[in-house]
Write a protein that binds this ligand. Sequence first.
Ligand code: NAI
Ligand code: MG
Length: 497
Amino acid sequence: MATAAPAIDSNVSRFVAQTHKMLINGKWVEAASGKTFATFNPATGEILANVAEGDREDINRAVQAARAAFETGPWSRISPAERGKLIWKLGDLIDKHLEEFAQLESLDNGKPLRVARAADVPLTVEHFHYYAGWATKIEGNTIPLTMQAANKYHAYTLREPVGVVGQIIPWNFPLLMAAWKLGPALATGCTVVLKPAEQTPLSALRLGELIQEAGFPDGVVNIVPGYGETAGAALAAHPDVDKVAFTGSTEVGKLIVQAATGNLKKVSLELGGKSPNLVLEDADIEAAISGAASAIFFNHGQCCCAGSRLFVEKKIFDKVVDGIARSAEKIRVREGFDPESDMGPLVSEEQLNRVCGYLESGIKEGAKPVTGGERLGNKGYFVKPTVLVNTNEKMKVEREEIFGPVVAAIPFSDPNEIVARANDSVYGLAAGIWTRDLKKAHTLAAKLRAGTVWINCYNVFDAALPFGGYKQSGWGREMGHEVLEQYTEVKSVCAAL
Ligand code: NAI
Ligand code: MG
């Protein structure tokens, strides 16, 4: 029996019911074209809200506001400590409205309310608090020149904000991805034009209200919802944007790079993955089973770092696959507001079709679903958690990012070949290793071509821990102090004494 779903918070229903505007220069405005687009509830396929549809002209206005705020506005004069306090306050405000944000994420994205409450929103709060601390710690160095007599020159570096930043984010963690992007941009003193994903604009728009409430000056953060091909492309190509930061598909990442060539703006990219998760025969099997299941099924597999290629040592293959299949069958796939939901619908009809297309192609080529393998029901965009066996490295299901709850379980017998097989991908975002042998764990970790390696755990994220990809999984790192490099320019100053 399904328990009654909690009522929608009255603030949330009021917020959702509006026709949403965009935030430009501290004002909520309609699109220049007057157009709006719909965002859908993926549990039902029904329209949730209508949102101003940003396009080139709106991006122009937002960039102009961000430029003015950067060059001459109050933001260009405030102290690092004041910047830090504003960012901290934003974190506190989000925390105060945690339930509201969790409900918005669940409605717009489909994820279980429980998960948004425990993961998306608290991680967002922590992220802003972490970067609040960095605002006062962005420093240059003094540099002793090597070819000159001592005391002839005084040389030092300044670390300055890169300027106006365009940020284009995806729909899988709408609020958290906004935080990953905004935290370091604001800490370093940049100004921002943020374009949320067209599937999930609502939490970013509510965030815009809290950015105002926190007291950020007008134009520091501008939020322009709209489609990728229009608003996103205009932002990536804009000649007065100094840097673009993107999270999304590798395909669009390549378009961003091309669009950036006009003014050679800086680019950072967090792209797709096909991450290997390796279970060695000496692993704690129960821990590996539950860890590998959550590595692929967390957020319905809509994670760039999902452990989607599961390599299991032959001796324990059947046991591990059986365990994961049993975990998959226990997952309660329900709409996000159902308190018993472990997994909600995929984000959109397009994503449903993409994932089901992969399942069909895999099965046609001989892959066998041990469990799942198809859509669940015919209302909303639900897919059964799926474990595939009998795949091979030529199949699309082993090579391409599916971005759904689908894992390919692959046996291996020769531990010496596993590194090459794990690294045999155009991607290099993350990897997992399950073993009790420290030497094996760290030797493998060193050899895997991935930006993050989890040992006996998976999907552990922290604002302090850099995240990003090797190969076609991206350029640069987010989080930690590493990301600050992406948002600053270094100026060398050299004075003759
Ligand atoms: P996408 O890459 O098209 O969308 C991500 C963001 O980019 C959205 O804000 C979108 O509006 C924008 N965008 C799209 N085309 C653009 C363009 N030409 N110029 C500038 N911005 C543009 O991803 P989509 O279509 O939603 O999902 C397709 C696949 O991408 C997924 O199946 C998954 O494999 C991958 N993906 C990866 C994500 C990650 O976290 N790395 C997140 C979302 C999708
Ligand atoms: Mg939506």
